[in-house]
Design a protein around this ligand. Sequence first.
Ligand SMILES: Nc1ncnc2c1ncn2[C@@H]1O[C@H](COP(=O)(O)OP(=O)(O)OP(=O)(O)O)[C@@H](O)[C@H]1O
Ligand SMILES: [Mg+2]
Length: 328
Amino acid sequence: MTVESVVEVSDLKVYFPGRRSSGQAKSLVRAVDGVSFAIAKGEILALVGESGCGKSTIAAAIMRLVAPTAGRIASGGVDLATVNGSALRRARRRFQMIFQDPFGSLDPRQTVYETVVEPLVIHGVPAEERRTRVLEALEFAQLLPPERLAQRYPHELSGGQRQRVAIAAAVVLRPDLVVADEPVSMLDVSARAGILSLMVDLRDRLGISYLFITHDLSVAWVLADRIAVVYLGRIVEIGSAAELVAAPRHPYTQALLEVTRGDGHRTLPGETPSAAAIPTGCRFHPRCPKYRLLNEPSQCREVDPVLTETATTLVGHQSACHFVEENQ
Ligand SMILES: Nc1ncnc2c1ncn2[C@@H]1O[C@H](COP(=O)(O)OP(=O)(O)OP(=O)(O)O)[C@@H](O)[C@H]1O
Ligand SMILES: [Mg+2]
């Protein structure tokens, strides 16, 4: 039996024209460079990786805020990578997004009611239904009592409450998928836990799926069913959150975990690479401790590894490393 997917992304690529440096040809910025994954109904998939690895660009492509260069984004019988017009409008109703900054994402001149009713107006929900739907969404987001909170302006709310308003506006149309790009990274620790448990609660109550973007592996571990680790525009490891954290197989995931478990002051060794100059072979090899340990095998420099399962991991746990069987 196959589980129903809300979205299936295959070999997604998003390239941007790069800046021209003196005397040289323009280098292409390969922000997303062949990414595939599916999200099941009610599933939370986390995308984790360093700054600049392409997480937000993957999100933007799924929301069609940027046009994909190549690949498919299949959902509800259409390909969101290429669909236009009324079919795109219908698809937009099923996918909603929450952004990082709860201060910048709300219009300071609009009341909470005006913010949350907006998607209903845009998508033509009849006027007589709107008030009930808005109050219900505020209740879902635990903005209580809804009638009173509806009259507030953003400056009267805390960061956590503002993010709840953004969540209410995202779920008011009962979407299939919510794409959340670093939704808790600007909140203080106490507000963070509340927002994360609210998201899980909405998944349970409404069956919403999430694509949850974070640079913090520990947040992904707490929240997600599955984690995809992204490095330079590619998924280098994907698997159940529990197994990926307990038994990471890719040297990059292993390094990220060490940083997460450390004192918080350590960063990954080596320079953060550029999407305008992706290394040949395995794109991680210039920073890979395993590559050095194995005396720099030519395979790592020459052959781009594909995601594969190993004999000792659960089905669906895949890593893109030539030496994955040895990375235990
Ligand atoms: N519109 C654009 N034009 C050119 N390059 C872009 C554009 N948007 C993103 N990039 C580049 O694409 C790469 C991926 O950027 P992206 O914002 O997706 O990373 P990210 O993983 O979300 O990073 P962060 O954790 O800092 O938010 C980076 O090299 C970035 O500079
Ligand atoms: Mg980003």
